[in-house]
Design a protein around this ligand. Structure first.
Ligand SMILES: NC(=O)c1ccc[n+]([C@@H]2O[C@H](COP(=O)([O-])OP(=O)(O)OC[C@H]3O[C@@H](n4cnc5c(N)ncnc54)[C@H](OP(=O)(O)O)[C@@H]3O)[C@@H](O)[C@H]2O)c1
Length: 262
C-alpha cells in the first residue's frame, strides 16, 4: 500500500525514546522528513543517527522542553526553516508523576497541565496556519487507555488525557474544512521505560518483584503481553498517511484488548 508519506514533513514531540521515537522510526521508514525533539541533546543525536540508517528522508532534531511556550514556538519555526512546512504533527509528552489527591500540590497540577495538555494546544496552534494554507494536515495526539478507564494511582494522567480527547474531537470538527485530520491514539501497556518505571513503583508498593507486576498485568490483557513500540508506531504512521483520509475525530486504543469498555 502506498502510504503517501514520502517527502512529507513531520514534527514528533518527545521522541528521544519510547513511543515518540517509535512513531519517528515508522514515519522515517516511509520516507517522511522527521524532526525529533526532547530535552536531552546527546540522546537525540544518538536517535538521529540510528534513524538515519533506515530513513529515506531527512532526519534532524531540535532540543525542546515542551512545557515551555517559547521552546515550542522555536521548535516549529526551526522545523519549517529546515523542511519548508509541516504536514504531520505527532503530539506526545513525558508521563506526569503518580500521586493521590492528598499528596499532589497545585504546582504538580500546573506542571502536568503544562506538560500533558497545554503543550498539545500550543503545538497545534503553531502548526495549524501552515496546514490551513496547504489545505491538508494530520494531527495525532498520544494519550492513554485512561481516556476510557482511569488507571489507579495516576490521577494527573487520568485527568489531563481526557482533555486531549475533548480537544482533538472539537478541533477535528473545526479543522475538517481545511482537510486537517485530528485523531487520538491511546496506548494500554506498550513496553517502554515509562511502563517499566510504573511497574517498579507498583512493585515497591506491593513488596513484590517487577517481573511479578508485569506478569499480573499481562494476565489482564487479552493478547497476553505488553505491546511492542513498533506495533504502536505503525498505527500512528497509518493515521499520518494518505491511507487514513476518511478518519478524523477518532480516539483509538492500542492496548491488546486491555480496556473492557465497549
Ligand atoms: N508506554 C505506554 O504503554 C503508555 C501507556 C499510557 C500512556 N503513556 C504515555 O505516553 C507518553 C509517552 O510514553 P513513553 O512510554 O514513550 O514514555 P518514555 O519512554 O518515558 O518517553 C518519554 C519521552 O518524553 C520526553 N520528554 C519528557 N518530558 C519532556 C519535556 N518536558 N519536553 C520534551 N520532551 C520530554 C522524553 O525525553 P527527554 O527526557 O530527553 O526530554 C522521552 O523522549 C507518556 O506521556 C506516557 O505516560 C504511555
Amino acid at each position: 500500500m502506498d502510504m503517501g508519506l514520502n517527502g512529507k514533513c513531520a514534527f514528533v514531540a518527545a521522541s528521544s525514546k519510547g513511543l515518540g521515537k517509535a512513531c519517528a522510526i515508522e514515519l522515517a521508514r516511509e520516507g517522511t522528513n522527521v524532526m525529533l525533539s526532547g530535552r536531552n541533546e546527546a540522546e537525540l543525536q544518538k536517535v538521529k543517527q540510528e534513524i538515519q540508517e533506515i530513513a529515506a528522508g531527512k532526519i534532524d532534531y531540535v532540543v525542546c522542553d515542551i512545557s515551555k511556550s517559547e521552546n515550542i514556538k522555536q521548535a516549529i519555526q526551526t522545523t519549517v526553516n529546515k523542511f519548508g512546512t509541516i504536514d504531520i504533527l505527532i503530539n506526545n509528552a513525558g508521563g506526569p508523576p503518580t500521586g493521590s489527591i492528598d499528596k499532589l500540590t497545585d504546582e504538580d497540577w500546573y506542571n502536568a497541565f503544562d506538560l500533558n495538555l497545554l503543550s498539545y494546544v500550543r503545538f497545534i496552534r503553531e502548526v495549524v496556519p501552515y496546514m490551513k494554507e496547504q489545505k491538508s494536515g494530520r494531527i495525532i495526539n498520544l494519550a492513554s487507555s485512561s481516556v476510557k478507564q482511569p488507571i489507579p494511582g495516576l490521577l494527573l494522567s487520568n485527568t489531563f488525557r481526557t482533555g486531549i480527547v475533548g480537544l482533538a474531537k472539537t478541533l477535528s470538527i473545526e479543522l475538517a474544512p481545511f482537510n486537517i485530520l485530528v485523531n487520538t491514539v491511546s496506548p494500554g501497556r506498550v513496553a517502554t521505560d515509562r511502563i517499566h518505571e510504573l511497574d517498579a513503583i507498583k512493585a515497591k508498593q506491593l513488596g513484590v518483584s517487577i517481573e511479578q507486576v508485569r506478569e499480573d498485568s499481562e494476565k489482564t490483557i487479552p493478547l497476553g503481553r505488553y505491546g511492542k513500540v513498533e506495533e504502536f508506531g505503525k498505527v500512528v504512521a497509518f493515521l499520518a498517511s494518505s491511507a487514513s483520509s476518511y478518519i478524523t475525530g477518532s480516539s483509538m486504543l492500542i492496548d491488546g484488548g486491555m480496556v473492557k469498555s465497549l
